[in-house]
Design a binder for this molecule. Sequence first.
Ligand SMILES: [Zn+2]
Length: 72
Amino acid sequence: MSKSVFEKTPESGRFCVKCGGEVNGFELRCNRTLSFKEPTCEACMCKAYDISREYFRQSMEARFEITPCIGL
Ligand SMILES: [Zn+2]
């Protein structure tokens, strides 16, 4: 039995609709808050708003008190 299927499954069980990358819990919360209807990763959300990842995180924290998990 191969474990590869499980290893590829992200913790959240979601993948970005734009790039296919893993979407984590922080990104899912941002999706909900920003009214993204489908799972969208941080990089693609930044692209959508044309902002840097650093600015995105600062904005999420300042406006919505959403912070990424430690280690991200
Ligand atoms: Zn993406």
